[in-house]
Design a protein around this ligand. Structure first.
Ligand code: FAD
Length: 390
């Protein structure tokens, strides 16, 4: 049942909303978390959690259970067909989690939900927020059947098409292009590629990511011009033939799940408007190149949970700190995409540059640190604030 009043209303129980609620619960603040879906999704979607994110999640008791369920990738290699252009090592990262953790988003959400339950919280389903009125005391969120919840703070963790963002009148700007179109699948594949690392194939037609998952399947993600509505195994075989290993080609033997999506690069004009705060995909969306999207959202979430528990004065700091980080990540993801899709005359130069980088350990380390999502000191977790009286 929805309460009539709450201090913090979190709209959306994806990874971001769950992580905000877990962080708050750790500070002794019970948030009301709602989601319009009757059940959490079971599909894999975002498949990597990076070391910088695991460090942040460690503080809310999530890193160890996640690490126990995932597959640890100690390296990331960039390839042009059979040629390894550069190998990026994660195992020298200054972290207790020196790897990229490969794990389905459904598992990540399950670990967060279990932790929330252990801390006495839960997600109220299915409740779709349809209206939001802001006033001097906070906001009134409206739901179907005439139900309403008055909240001091409303967290918009409701994804790319955020109602919270829209109803708060917060802009979501970006280039007016049609966006990038992606195909992705978890496939069974006969392959000679190493099963302990992620491979990124750079090809004229666009990048192809090859990432092993703990259940033995391999996640393929590729940019395509025209994504079929219902992608089949043969579409992914064609992508592997076009962009993957050439001497000993991969062979797709089955498909567990597939999807397509289109991504625009967008950032919310502000992360805070009065009592409304945004985090995760509600605040930023960009290409999945480098697997940064959900990671950035999870780090937003812990920062926001800390700021909400610390009190109103910390919230402007949250908004001011986090938005520039999203701008950086958007630029990084766009750069990776441009690198992959370099026109044919520039490809030998690009490959040469990458091979040069591969001979300079500090350069490889820098790329590893960037991919791992370590954030500048200003957004490192603040000292733990004292719980607010409830
Ligand atoms: C098919 C697919 C593949 C992807 N692959 C990758 C990948 O490989 N790498 C990567 O980094 N990212 C990937 N992503 C993106 C990644 O899934 C998102 O970055 C991540 O889910 C963002 O988390 P979030 O919690 O901010 O938002 P979401 O996961 O979108 O969660 C939002 C939640 O809010 C709920 N909600 C929405 N509106 C309302 C409302 N009005 N009232 C109540 N509840 C509401 C929704 O039901 C949902 O549960 C993929 C996404 C999709 C769809």
């Amino acid at each position: 049942m929805l309460p009539e009043r709450t201090d913090v209303l979190v709209v959306g129980a994806g990874p971001t909303g769950l992580a905000v609620a877990v962080t708050l619960a750790g500070h002794g603040v019970t948030a009301t978390v709602v989601d319009r879906l009757a059940e959490p999704p079971v599909t894999s979607r975002a498949a990597v959690v990076h070391a910088g994110t695991l460090e942040v999640l460690d503080r809310i008791g999530i890193a160890a259970p996640l690490a126990a369920r995932g597959l640890r990738s100690a390296r990331f290699s960039v390839r042009d067909r059979d040629r390894v252009l550069v190998t990026v090592p994660f195992d020298r990262l200054p972290s207790r989690y020196p790897y990229a953790l490969l794990i389905s988003q459904a598992e990540t959400e399950a670990v967060l939900a279990d932790r929330l339950t252990a801390l006495g919280g839960r997600v109220l389903r299915p409740y779709e927020m349809t209206g939001l009125d802001l006033d001097g005391d906070g906001a009134v969120a409206r739901f179907g059947g005439g139900r309403a919840v008055r909240a001091r703070w409303v967290v918009g963790a409701d994804g790319m098409h955020s109602r919270v963002r829209e109803l708060a009148g917060i802009g979501f700007g970006g280039p007016a292009d049609p966006g990038e179109s992606f195909l992705l699948a978890d496939v069974h594949v006969d392959s000679t590629l190493p099963r302990d690392q992620v491979s990124l194939f750079l090809s004229r037609q666009g990048p192809l990511v090859w990432a092993p998952l703990p259940d033995g399947t391999v996640r393929l993600v590729a940019t395509v011009d025209d994504a079929p509505r219902d992608p089949q195994a043969h579409h992914f075989q064609a992508l592997l033939d076009e962009r993957g290993p050439a001497r000993r080609p991969d062979r797709v033997t089955g498909m567990a799940w597939s999807s397509r999506f289109r991504i625009h690069h967008r950032i919310a004009s502000t992360y805070r408007s009065g009592p409304v705060l945004l985090a995760g995909d509600a605040a930023h969306v960009h290409s999945p190149a480098g697997g940064q999207g959900m990671n950035l959202g999870l780090r937003d979430a812990v920062a926001l949970g800390d700021a909400l528990a610390a009190g109103p004065q910390a919230l402007d700091g949250y908004a001011a700190d986090r938005r520039p980080l999203a701008e950086e990540v958007l630029g990084f993801a766009a750069g990776l995409t441009r690198l992959a899709a370099a026109p044919p005359p520039l490809r030998p130069l690009r490959n040469l540059l990458l091979r040069l980088v591969s001979t300079v350990p500090p350069a490889r380390h820098r790329i590893a640190t960037r991919l791992a999502g370590f954030e500048p000191a200003r957004t490192r977790p603040r000292p733990r604030p004292r719980p607010r009286p409830r």
